[in-house]
Design a protein around this ligand. Structure first.
Ligand SMILES: Nc1ncnc2c1ncn2[C@@H]1O[C@H](COP(=O)(O)OP(=O)(O)OP(=O)(O)O)[C@@H](O)[C@H]1O
Length: 343
């Protein structure tokens, strides 16, 4: 019976999208009590709920149907409020914080390429690698052997490459592979120093590659900076994971506007044939963004070249083929459209 209903529900399109509510995983449960069928939807967008409810009731006319909205995850963690943050970076017109639920999803690769894509559009961009657990950005932009340098004004001179200014916690270690073993309080004060003591000049965008997760560092950054937009990176496998939901809820709880969600390593492009394989299914990121009512900024496939170019310090958006550039450039165009940036 439930299966039969689920099949029928495939006829209901999600408002404004070319996908149905079943493939977008918005059906949380279908239950039958006597003659009543109760369908629970898992969506956060209150405005589309009545539209879907109406369409379901029309479709299942012969049945007694009740459509409910699943209670969204309760905010049992209180992150506090960052309604009136300090502004340690008055030189930046906009601050974008890039984060992820878990490590290894490609957050630093995304931050780097989005920063360069913004610079390619003519904006002045600074990229702060605040990922104390894996400060990979210097290697990705080929500045890993640079050391901290101070200018005449006693300010730290940021590295520069591919049209962006770069500062990383990784540049504070004696060699690129020295591990950083910092307590979070030390990491937070180092980051604040980077915000205040680096000679960034005037910036249109300061992009911060945050550590993964929802800890002290994220919260302090949100208290010390007016974050214009938070951007979340996930992989299709992670889409259903609690970590991603927690990262989304953290931004929502502390009042940071979410610029959108990016799905990285979405599908695989075979290097020999160019054929696309949807290894992890498709559209998980889109479904997640619908569930939490946040913009979906796009997908980046898993491609060997993205990894090899990044490892060699040649960011794909600058040094890759046209299609690599397009992945990141299209995401930047969408982000510029979803958020009211100060430009
Ligand atoms: N779309 C992609 N296709 C292929 N490889 C990718 C892609 N995105 C990232 N990678 C590779 O995956 C690895 C992890 O990426 P990255 O360091 O950006 O992740 P991260 O989420 O920032 O990790 P960490 O939390 O450890 O800092 C890197 O080797 C990177 O080159």
């Amino acid at each position: 019976m439930e299966k039969e209903i689920l099949n029928k529900l495939k006829a209901v399109k999600y408002p404004g999208l070319d996908k149905n509510i079943v493939e977008l995983r918005t059906i949380d449960a279908i239950k039958r009590h006597g003659n009543t069928i109760t369908i629970t939807l898992n969506i956060a967008n209150q405005e589309v709920f009545p539209l879907i409810e109406g369409a379901i009731k029309d479709l299942l006319k012969g049945y007694e149907v009740e459509v409910k909205l699943k209670a969204q995850p309760k905010k049992n963690i209180h992150y506090g409020s960052t309604a009136n943050p300090n502004n340690r970076a008055p030189y930046a017109k906009n601050v974008i914080a890039v984060t992820s639920g878990k490590g290894g999803v490609g957050k630093s690769t995304v931050s780097t390429n989005l920063s360069i894509a913004l610079a390619q559009k003519g904006y002045k961009v600074g990229l702060l690698d605040a990922d104390v657990y894996g400060p990979d950005i210097p290697r990705m932009v080929g500045v890993e052997h640079e050391k901290l340098r101070w200018g005449d004004n006693d300010k730290i001179i940021p590295s520069e490459n591919f049209g962006i200014k770069i500062m990383s916690v990784g540049l504070t270690t004696p060699s690129p592979d020295t591990p950083l073993v910092w307590r979070s309080s030390v990491a937070v004060s180092a980051l604040i120093q980077f915000l205040e003591d680096v000679d960034w000049g005037e910036l249109d965008f300061l992009i911060i590659d945050m550590p993964p997760g929802t800890g002290d560092i994220q919260l302090t950054m949100a208290q010390e900076l007016p974050i214009t937009a938070g951007v979340l990176v996930t992989t299709p496998q992670m889409v259903a994971a609690d970590d991603v939901s927690r990262a989304i809820m953290m931004f929502k709880d502390i009042g940071v506007h979410i610029g959108g969600l990016i799905e990285n390593m979405s599908y695989f492009i075979a290097p020999d044939t160019g054929k696309r394989y949807d290894i992890f299914g498709s559209d998980g990121g889109k479904a997640l963004s619908i569930q939490y009512d946040i913009p979906f900024l796009g997908q980046i496939p898993l491609e060997i070249e993205i990894r090899s170019l990044s490892d060699e310090g040649m960011p794909p958006v600058a040094m890759g083929e046209a299609r690599h550039k397009k992945y990141y450039q299209e995401i930047v165009d969408k982000l510029l459209a979803t958020t009211d940036f100060n430009l």
